[in-house]
Design a protein around this ligand. Sequence first.
Ligand SMILES: [Zn+2]
Length: 135
Amino acid sequence: MKFRFKVPRIYKKLFPEIDHIKDDEQQFRAFAEAWQNVWPTAIVLMVLIAYVSSTINNWGLEIVKSVGEHVAQFIFILFCLPLFIVIDSAIHGGQIRRTIRIKINEAGTSMCIECGYLLEGIEGPACPECGNVPE
Ligand SMILES: [Zn+2]
């Protein structure tokens, strides 16, 4: 059976190193695990988006009148999702990157967890880019 879930494209743009994990399922698990760290902010942002969308009738937009309140809310929330990923990634970028790099290492590609330098074929434990020594 083919694994159905894919990492959203916008997320790959923000964290291109995730493509070092070749397997779709492993890649998605890394994405999901990175997101586990950021759920408190995610919930706050979602509540905020839901609240803002509930006031959509008061914005005086013609489109809200023509498509109806609920459809307009749905479109607004869909619109907010990429924005939401970008904001959350900006707040937790460092943490997300570390989690992804740990997963990349687990998937078999040797990468510095601090700076993302590829350590394939590098002699010795220290990263030549940032000097980090993995524990
Ligand atoms: Zn490094």
